[in-house]
Every structure is written in structure tokens, then in C-alpha cells.
Design a protein around this ligand. Structure first.
Ligand SMILES: CCCCCCCCCCCCCCCC(=O)SCCNC(=O)CCNC(=O)[C@H](O)C(C)(C)COP(=O)(O)OP(=O)(O)OC[C@H]1O[C@@H](n2cnc3c(N)ncnc32)[C@H](O)[C@@H]1OP(=O)(O)O
Length: 270
């Protein structure tokens, strides 16, 4: 099932009468080990939130806590609450709830653009060559996360998970394998989480790992993206101690303009 169908089902769900709502469900092909792909669940909750916010307000900040696994092929619902709507900014929370448990909790802040005397432009650039094809991991049954059939990754630095690498960074490009109809912020959210946690490459043997929390700051202006576009990604491990890693990533559009900064805390059970 394409991500567009899952987003459409979510929007239909949140816009329909509460009493008439059929629950949502994510197919197995979007699994990431024991849970549904976190980038997808975060994007679906965000998409439900977006339905409750005026189009003049753009997404500035997205914060997502992965409270527990979302099981695939199992019903879940989404609840959205608009916390505050000011003249400029709207703050909204959304929760994915499965079997009575909150699994994913999102808080998003949207803001209108305003005239400002302050302008500081990003100077972080990358020098990666544009990719021609995906080259990360082929679909190996029981090894490659199923959801990766939907996302093309082209790696330029960093190692593969569980290969005892000395590096703790990854550089590469990402895009949708089958382009969506249009590339919205929900699609960007689901794309940005596609790479494995940076520290897994440092392990020699497989170990469970789970992203616990994730924050994306969106940088503007955004230009129109093609659904076929590759986006550049560079992620660094800022620290990894006590079984938790903190990582920080820059995401650039195909023209080299920074569009988002993504940070995660990942629990590694090695
Ligand atoms: C050439 C090489 C090719 C290699 C090719 C393959 C590469 C492929 C790598 C991709 C690796 C993706 C790694 C990111 C995976 C997410 O990012 S998953 C998506 C989003 N995140 C989530 O769904 C996390 C949801 N949150 C949670 O599950 C819980 O809050 C946390 C984070 C696990 C909290 O930990 P806790 O309080 O200790 O939780 P608790 O319920 O007590 O469970 C702990 C147990 O869960 C286990 N556990 C934790 N995470 C997992 C997990 N993901 N799966 C299974 N068990 C897990 C622990 O090991 C521990 O096991 P035991 O010690 O009980 O045996």
C-alpha cells in the first residue's frame, strides 16, 4: 500500500464523524521489526493534526515521542487536540492509540510568516554528489526492514548496521521508490526517518534499538519539490552513553537548501 493511500485514509478518518469512524491499520509491508515504521506513524499523526490547522500556518516544529510499538495489521485510532490558536501560532497534539494504549504522541507548532528585521541565513552546506540510484540494502527476507521497499537510500559515508564500523555518522540521499502524487510535509516526515540509527553500524552483532523521541525543525522558505526528488541527509552522533544515543541531522533539498534539522534519542539494547 502506497503512503498516499495511508495518508488519505487518515485524513478521511479524522474528518469523519467520531461515531462513524472505522479504525485505521498499517499493512505489514510497512513494518520495522516489531513495530510499524516510526516515520510513517509520526507522519500519519501529523497528517491528522494538519487537517485541523489553517493552510496559512506552516509547520515550524514537529516533536514525536514513540511511547510503545504500533503493531501492524492491527486497528488503531488517532486523537487530535488543538491546544492554542493565537494570531500567529497554532499548537496541536495528536496521539495514536492502539488497544487502549498511547503508542505515538506528536506535538506540532504551526506559524504564519511575518515581516521581520532579523535575517540569519543557514551556512551549512554539503558537497555530496547527486545519486543515480538507490544502493543501501537490498530486500533480504527477515533482515532488511520491510518498510525500506518504499524508500530509496543512497549512502555516501558511514557503514551498514551491525558491521563494527568505527564511524558514527551517515551521509546520503533519500527519495520515495514510487513517487507520491505530491510531496507534502507528511511525506517529508516519513522520508527523514528512513535511515537506521547511526550507532548501529558500530555494533558487530544485531541488537534491538528503538527511537524514543524525535524532533524536526522545519526551515523556510520551502520551494516546490518534485515527488521524484532526492533529498540530502547528513546525520551525526552527538553523544552515545548509558544505552542512549543523541543524533542530529541536516536535510537539504535537491538544490542544496537546508529544509529541516532532525534530532533523535535512540535506546540501544546492546
Ligand atoms: C549487513 C547488515 C544488514 C543489517 C540490516 C538490518 C538493518 C536494520 C536495522 C534497523 C534497526 C531499526 C532500529 C530503529 C527502530 C525504531 O526506530 S522503531 C520505530 C519507532 N520507535 C518505537 O516504536 C519505540 C516505541 N517505544 C518503545 O517500545 C519503548 O518505549 C522503549 C523505547 C523500547 C522503552 O524501553 P523499555 O522501557 O525498556 O521498554 P520495555 O517495554 O520494558 O521493553 C524492553 C525490551 O524491549 C526490547 N526492544 C526494544 N526495542 C526493540 C525493538 N526495536 N525490537 C525488538 N525488541 C526491542 C528490549 O531489548 C528489551 O528486551 P528485554 O530486555 O525485555 O528482552
Amino acid at each position: 500500500m502506497h503512503i498516499d493511500d495511508l495518508i488519505e485514509a487518515t485524513n478521511h478518518y479524522i474528518n469523519s464523524d467520531e461515531l462513524d469512524r472505522a479504525q485505521l491499520s498499517i499493512p505489514k509491508e510497512w513494518a520495522q521489526g516489531r513495530t510499524a515504521y516510526g516515520g510513517l506513524t509520526g507522519a500519519l499523526v501529523y497528517s491528522a493534526i494538519r487537517q485541523k490547522v489553517g493552510q496559512d500556518r506552516v509547520l515550524r516544529s514537529f516533536t514525536c515521542n514513540f511511547v510503545g510499538p504500533v503493531v501492524t495489521e492491527t486497528d488503531f485510532g488517532i486523537e487530535v487536540e488543538v491546544l492554542r490558536e493565537g494570531k500567529n501560532v497554532t499548537q496541536v497534539t495528536g496521539k495514536a492509540i492502539q488497544n487502549g494504549n498511547v503508542c505515538v504522541m506528536v506535538q506540532a507548532a504551526f506559524g504564519v510568516s511575518r515581516e521581520s528585521k532579523i535575517e540569519v541565513l543557514n551556512t551549512d552546506r554539503h558537497t555530496m554528489r547527486a545519486p543515480t540510484k538507490a544502493d543501501f540494502l537490498p530486500q533480504i527476507p527477515k533482515i532488511t526492514p520491510k518498510f525500506l521497499r518504499h524508500i530509496d537510500l543512497a549512502r555516501q559515508a558511514g557503514g551498514l548496521p551491525f558491521t563494527g564500523s568505527k564511524e558514527s555518522k551517515i551521509d546520503g540521499w533519500m527519495r520515495y521508490t514510487k513517487p507520491p502524487k505530491a510531496l507534502t510535509d507528511a511525506h517529508l516526515i516519513a522520508l527523514i526517518d528512513g535511515w537506521p540509527p547511526t550507532t548501529l553500524q558500530m555494533l558487530k552483532w544485531p541488537a534491538p534499538a528503538s527511537t524514543m523521541s524525535w524532533n524536526i525543525e522545519f526551515v523556510y522558505p520551502h520551494y516546490t519539490f518534485s515527488p521524484k526528488d532526492w533529498f540530502a541527509y547528513q546525520v551525526r552522533t552527538r553523544q552515545a552513553t548509558d544505552g542512549y544515543a543523541q543524533t542530529e541531522a541536516n536535510i537539504w533539498d535537491p538544490s542544496g537548501r537546508l529544509i529541516a534539522i532532525s534530532r533523535q534519542t535512540i535506546a540501544v539494547f546492546d
